[in-house]
Design a protein around this ligand. Structure first.
Ligand SMILES: *Cc1c(COP(=O)(O)O)cnc(C)c1O
Length: 405
């Protein structure tokens, strides 16, 4: 939860200043700079009256560990303020944020429009658990325009789900146009805003109702905790999402909430370096003969560049690379296995560089994915970009040597 009186309207400082001070109330904690880590399940009440009073406001009060503690409430306030919302519900992972938000808004018989470029576990949720509960999903081309989306709306479409840029393929969506079409048809607009973190895209200025963060990524920022957030401006939506999260039992661990808050304070400086390093590596890759295309909306050659310039205030370090057809699976393995700095692993948003082979992971049902060569996803970390480029350069040499032998 958060207090609307410290919402964005009350704050006029620059973004870097807000990151340091958002949700910050040292006077609540004897002046300590950071809030204490509350390890707590049971909250005790001194009197019957006090218990009743807290129960009457249990979505906002410190009432029971599963529903929030001063540590999680501090995280909620900070994320809400940075993302431009009034309320935030933190949960135990990014997937819990996706699932909790959808379960709060959908019931049997409802229909949802989902971007074809969505994070694969979200797609899997729609195709199995939600489908089994009688909630139907139609996937749409991530590049669809407002009229195109309107044509897909049904009388029972309750949610339009966006992710921009999309997972693995990085298409940028016209969020404002799609949100207008969704609202005209009576649906809520959910955005998985993880790529932008809470600071590179302002979801509520573009018509989004619920903004989801896999806080595991850049908010935590150090690959050491699982965390998710759902942020909104509307109090009624907050109550629905918070109630659902509590029912599902998605409570946030005390240490995780603390690590999320601690990571947030350095988000702006980290992202500036991720952006600069990422673009240096991306531009170098564009010049490589092995590379067909780099999928990065901050590059002027990217089809989403105009929208990115219009809507975003920066880029993170995550992007895709399409290789020209040719390298054998053995050559791809030679490239990946020998990398010294880029490690292979899921997730991203930490200080370290990561790579995964996405050749067989891009799933499309609405718009065909036509690239027929291998593909990669890179997360460019905070290392010196010259060292990262040398690491990839040596990888391309191993790749060529393997297929030549
Ligand atoms: C990682 C990720 C998630 C899920 O977050 P977890 O914390 O791993 O559950 C959701 N959406 C996007 C876009 C992600 O990259």
């Amino acid at each position: 939860m958060t207090d609307p009186t410290v919402g964005p309207e009350a704050v006029s400082h620059a973004r870097d200043t807000r990151i340091v001070h958002a949700g910050h109330r040292p006077t609540d904690h004897h002046g300590a700079v950071n809030p204490p880590v509350y390890h707590v399940s049971t909250i005790t009440f001194p009197t019957v009256d006090d218990m009743a009073a807290k129960q009457a406001h249990k979505l906002d009060a410190v009432y029971y560990g599963r529903m929030g503690t001063p540590t999680t409430q501090s995280l909620d306030q900070t994320v809400a303020e940075l993302e431009g919302g009034h309320w935030c519900v933190s949960v135990c992972s990014g997937m819990a944020a996706v699932t909790g938000a959808l379960m709060a808004l959908l019931k049997a018989g409802d229909h949802m429009l989902m971007t074809d470029s969505v994070y694969w576990p979200s797609r899997s949720l729609c195709d199995t658990l939600l489908c089994n509960m009688g909630i139907k999903t139609t996937y749409y081309d991530p590049q669809i325009d407002g009229p195109g989306l309107t044509a897909l709306m049904r009388p029972n479409t309750r949610v339009v789900f966006l992710e921009s840029p999309g997972s693995l393929t990085f298409e940028t969506q016209d969020v404002a146009a799609l949100a207008a079409a969704a609202h005209a048809g009576g649906a809520h607009v959910l955005l998985d805003n993880t790529w932008a973190s809470p600071i590179l895209f302002r979801p509520f200025d573009h018509g989004v109702d619920l903004s989801i963060q896999a806080a595991t990524k850049y908010i935590v920022g150090h690959s050491d905790a699982m965390l998710g957030t759902v942020t909104m401006r509307d109090r009624a939506l907050f109550e629905r999402v918070k109630t659902t999260a509590v029912q599902l039992g998605y409570s946030v661990g005390a240490e995780e909430a603390y690590l999320g808050l601690r990571g947030l304070r350095t988000l702006a400086v980290r992202l500036r370096q991720h952006q600069a390093n990422g673009l240096a590596v991306a531009r170098w890759l564009q010049g490589r003969p092995e590379v067909a295309r780099v999928l990065h909306p901050a590059l002027p050659e990217d089809p989403g560049h105009a929208l990115w310039r219009r809507d975003f205030s920066g880029a993170c370090g995550l992007f895709g690379v399409l290789l020209r057809p040719g390298p054998s699976p053995d050559a791809m393995a030679a490239f990946l296995d020998g990398l010294a700095l880029f490690r292979m692993g899921f997730s991203w948003g930490g200080y370290e560089s990561l790579v995964i082979d996405t050749t067989r992971s891009i799933t499309r049902t609405a718009a065909p994915w036509t690239h027929d060569g291998p593909s990669l996803r890179l997360h460019v970390g905070l290392e010196d970009p010259a060292d990262l480029i040398a690491d990839l350069d040596a990888g391309f040499a191993r790749m060529a040597a393997r297929d030549a032998s």
